[in-house]
Design a protein around this ligand. Sequence first.
Ligand SMILES: [Fe+2]
Ligand SMILES: [Fe+2]
Length: 248
Amino acid sequence: MSDAVDTRGRLAIARRWNRTYVRSRFFDALSLLLPPGEAFLIETLETWRVLAAPLPDATLEREIERFVREEHTHRQAHQRYNDAMAEDVPQVRAVMQRAGRVTDELGKMSLPMRLALVAAFEHLTAVLAEEIGSNDNLLIDDPSRASRLWRWHAREELDHRHVAIDVCAHAGVRPATLRLALLLATAYLALDLARYTVALCRCDIRAGAGRRAMLFDALRFAASAVPSFARMTRGWCRFVFAPLDRAL
Ligand SMILES: [Fe+2]
Ligand SMILES: [Fe+2]
């Protein structure tokens, strides 16, 4: 692992670890999507590597190995994060199962489309990671384990962001397929993130958080996140204009 974050121990997650309920639950909702999502990334690249073997490019082979290793570690770390969340909010288990069923459906698509989806998800992750790394609008920068876990994950995403694009270039995935995949991946992430964030906030209200305080949190989060989402939209557009550019 690239830094001192210990992902093996149990994460005790405070409900407002990211300063407010809504900001915290936004990242908690994202974490619920990650274990099945990262399994999809790993399975897709490993399938292509077997089918394309022997790869003419030893560097790409090593980069895929590193990608798989890092995503596997992220997956384990977020599974522990989610398990800790589920101890506090048992309804989380149903969300985890639903996220798994959605990625099972993605796994039935053609290999070029799956590869394009991997590149699209990786781009979306890298855009968020860039934003997290450049300011603390979305994610608190403090020594809490949750914050350090997200920052460690973001750094590794930025480090291996080029791998899926390199694979798509080698596999001959067309730019039009990559653009379509970006639309699908964005819709999937946006809808499920919004849905699960609201579901977790409802659980907090049932557990005693005031509705008015939650509404105030939501408005404050929406207002403060506007510059972040504007920057991320610019990052999103880079993929639309040049989907096979590994410098995205
Ligand atoms: Fe990851
Ligand atoms: Fe990644």
